[in-house]
Design a protein around this ligand. Structure first.
Ligand SMILES: C[S@@+](CC[C@H](N)C(=O)[O-])C[C@H]1O[C@@H](n2cnc3c(N)ncnc32)[C@H](O)[C@@H]1O
Length: 196
């Protein structure tokens, strides 16, 4: 059964940790966050919204469709004038056209019914020359064997039927790239990040 993002009992699912330094290294190799207006779509507990602000973004919109999750993000992030919180969906953010430099979406796309709708919305709110960064676990990642650094792998060894569930909801990289190019993005690049 998929997680109910709107249930109060799940509000704090995505708080309580920090972005790993491997994430920061990978992101800053892609873009210089200094002075950027960032939108973090499906921000969860705001871990990465906060990190974009720490890295020098001018503003970060932490956007999520769940009132309760957004509330937990507000609590966790505290008062930072650069970070604002907004209810919206991936395909209808309510943000103005050409209003940001970077759209970031971590662990979001495998939850979306309308991937193309999200890509179109990202293209709409981005300024010319802006970036869309989509970070998600692929099926290849999910199928990695269990180890000290990948305890989830043991879970799938014990319950192999869950791999089929994952297969059903995780779009292949080529599908994500196709949706991006369909929305007008170019210079699409793919790389692996084994974020701890
Ligand atoms: C797995 S969590 C990831 C949270 C955060 N990005 C992170 O990496 O820690 C997915 C988040 O996306 C949000 N979400 C799912 N579908 C969404 C949609 N269609 N529009 C906006 N937010 C959505 C959920 O409420 C949840 O907070």
């Amino acid at each position: 059964m998929p997680i109910d993002f709107h249930a109060k009992r799940n509000a704090r699912t995505y708080v309580g940790r920090e972005a790993h330094s491997s994430w920061t290294t990978a992101m800053t190799a892609l873009v210089n966050p200094e002075g950027l207006d960032v939108v973090d779509v499906g921000c969860g507990g705001g871990i990465y919204s906060q990190q974009w602000a720490r890295l020098g973004a001018s503003s970060v919109v932490a956007l999520d469709w769940s009132e309760s999750i957004l509330e937990s993000a507000r609590d966790a992030v505290g008062d930072d004038p650069r970070i604002s919180f907004r209810i919206g969906t991936a395909d209808a953010t309510g943000l103005p056209d050409a209003s940001c430099d970077l759209v970031f979406a971590r662990a979001l796309v495998h939850h979306l019914d309308d991937l193309a709708g999200f890509m179109r919305e990202a293209a709409r709110i981005l300024r010319t020359g802006g970036w869309l960064i989509v970070q998600d676990r692929t099926m290849e990642d999910v199928a990695e064997p269990g180890s000290r650094t990948n305890p989830r792998g043991y879970f799938f060894e014990v319950h192999p039927q869950l791999l089929r569930v994952e297969q059903g909801r995780r779009p292949e990289t080529q599908v994500v790239l196709g949706a991006m190019t369909g929305a007008g993005f170019n210079a699409t690049d793919v790389f692996s990040l084994h974020e701890t």
